[in-house]
Design a protein around this ligand. Structure first.
Ligand code: SAM
Length: 204
């Protein structure tokens, strides 16, 4: 049985890339079961918001796809043209097994091995986040978009409270590299009453 409140109490804390990879390597086997038991809403909220801003057959990259929970949420909204990547081989193995992604590959931390404009829509659910990828990933992903392309992401409450992430977003908008076309706060994880902002950015 899942011990909800004490499970991974340090999940939303800064950590090294090596520690992040170790966390997800160890968690991959039970990740889906754990987060679904806790009431994980962010992937469904991203998918629901995104479907109103894109055509259903547009190519999507699920960046930091983990085990593929995001793919299932996107599929429920009729968005099925999906590729996925993650830095955790163990998480990716689960994503591959879910059978939804047309293509899956292992990323190296901080290296984005696809060209600018390769993906008209990039989703990053819970990835640019305290305890996962650093705030500067936001600018790197925006740099991979062509004008008019979309990046849909989430910042959970601990991430919203960390100025580095808010500043990274503020800088991209202030520099005129992206505009916010959707932003809404709502439930992230029920068992710890945690919320998240769903944010959709359009590359300018
Ligand atoms: C909280 S999980 C979210 C997974 C999935 N998007 C979901 O909603 O279930 C964070 C994921 O980000 C991945 N990750 C962390 N740092 C990353 C980076 N620098 N580049 C790509 N993925 C990263 C982790 O391996 C992990 O699978």
């Amino acid at each position: 049985m899942t011990d909800k409140k004490v499970m991974r109490p340090q999940l939303w804390a800064p950590r090294s890339v090596e520690d992040t990879m170790a966390v997800y390597a160890e968690w991959a086997e039970t990740y889906d079961q754990d987060v679904l038991a806790r009431g994980y809403h962010t992937p469904d909220r991203i998918a629901a918001a995104l479907k109103d801003h894109m055509k259903a057959d547009t190519q999507i990259l699920d960046f930091g796809c983990g085990t593929g929970i995001g793919a299932k949420a996107l599929q429920r909204q009729g968005l099925t043209n999906l590729h996925g990547t993650d830095i955790s081989a163990e998480m990716l193995e689960k994503a591959e097994a879910c059978g939804i992604y047309d293509k899956i590959w292992l990323s190296q931390p901080g290296e984005l091995s696809f060209g600018r404009g390769a993906y008209p829509v990039i989703v990053a659910a819970g990835v640019i986040s305290l305890g996962a990828a650093p705030a500067d990933l936001l600018g790197q992903l925006i740099a991979k978009l062509d004008t008019g392309n979309l990046l849909a992401l989430s910042f959970n409450d601990p991430t919203l409270a960390d100025n580095r992430y808010a500043d990274a977003l503020g800088t991209e908008v202030a520099k005129g590299r992206a505009e916010v076309v959707f932003r809404e706060h709502g439930p992230h994880l029920d068992d710890v009453d945690m919320g998240s902002d769903i944010i959709i950015l359009r590359r300018r």
